[in-house]
Ligand binder design. Structure first.
Ligand code: HXC
Length: 265
């Protein structure tokens, strides 16, 4: 049908918000190598218009799944070396998201399993509908997480719960994920989810763009870095803020008791 002929990933633009839609609903948006390549391409394409994009939403089509994992069929025949390549492709996508200057919000509506949860974890924050499920079921297949789950899930929820989830393959619901700190906010339905993400990006866009981009860079670099080195990343980013017009404007506006007018430079 037409489903196989449309691209598996598309970008929608609405003002300062770009939405990356993973559109492979018949396979619950499973991440084949093609889909992963298309997600990386989407972020590369958005980088070239990064000036106009103040936030990105990543969402799955179809209403049943964000992403139900790596594509199990394309993993089934791999050699160990090809398995390593498959994992590296996932890490390249995560790196493209982390290097993207604007905040990226994973909007989860349905299953976020395996590589799907790992994709969400590579985003800056996760919003979810009540009817969402999260898990790393790889051990049920004889696999382990391969797109960063052993690295980013413990950072998100702590080592103890991360190990419980990875060892059992168990799924947790959105309320549990929110109380664990995995999900930043929960919404009643998909429309509210997307509206909530847009509202957050609009709020971010009112701030000094240079400062938001610097904060993201430092947060990404500092994650998992020992404290002394991580605080040096912060020092460098803080110093970079003093190179910007936005910083001078923001501080002057405060002192002059007026609203700032940020230029994004
Ligand atoms: C390929 C998948 C898929 C996947 C679902 N489908 N998940 N295809 N890879 N990860 C396909 C099914 O084969 C099926 O296709 C269709 O989507 C609908 O799925 P059903 O199983 O029929 O739906 P349901 O019974 O509602 O169950 C939903 C589900 C289940 C619980 C999410 O699909 C499921 O357990 N999926 C696999 C989840 C998983 O193990 N993910 C981790 C993958 S490993 P047909 O053609 O039959 O209609 C991984 C490793 C990452 O992510 C690192 C790699 C380097």
């Amino acid at each position: 049908g037409t489903d196989e002929h449309r691209p598996p990933v598309r970008i929608e633009r609405d003002g300062v918000v770009a939405t990356v839609v993973i559109d492979r609903p018949k396979a619950l948006n499973a991440l084949s190598p093609d889909v992963l390549g298309a997600i990386a391409d989407a972020f590369d394409a958005l980088r070239s218009e990064a000036d106009a994009v103040r936030g990105v939403i990543v969402v799955g089509e179809g209403g049943r799944a964000f992403v139900a994992g790596a594509d199990i069929r394309s993993l089934s025949t791999l050699t160990p070396d090809e398995g390593a390549e498959a994992a590296r492709l996932g890490h390249r996508v995560a790196a493209a998201i982390e290097a993207f200057p604007a905040p990226v919000i994973a909007c989860v509506d349905g299953f976020a399993l395996g590589g799907g949860l790992e994709l969400a974890l590579a985003c800056d924050l996760i919003y979810a509908t009540e009817s969402s499920w999260f898990g790393q079921p790889e051990v049920r297949l004889g696999l382990i997480p391969g797109f960063g789950g052993t690295v980013r899930l413990p950072r998100a929820v702590g080592l103890s719960l991360a190990k419980e989830l990875i060892f059992t393959g168990r799924r947790i619901d959105a309320a549990t994920a929110e109380s664990a700190g995995l999900v930043a906010r929960r919404f009643g339905d998909r429309d509210a989810l997307l509206a909530g993400a847009r509202a957050t990006i609009d709020e971010v866009a009112a701030n000094a763009w240079t400062a938001v981009a610097l904060a993201k860079r430092v947060l990404v670099d500092a994650a998992g870095t020992p404290t002394a080195a991580a605080t040096e990343f912060e020092v460098a980013g803080f110093a970079d803020a003093f190179r910007t017009d936005d910083m001078r404007e923001g501080v002057a506006a405060f002192i002059e008791k007026r609203e700032p007018e940020f230029s994004g430079r």
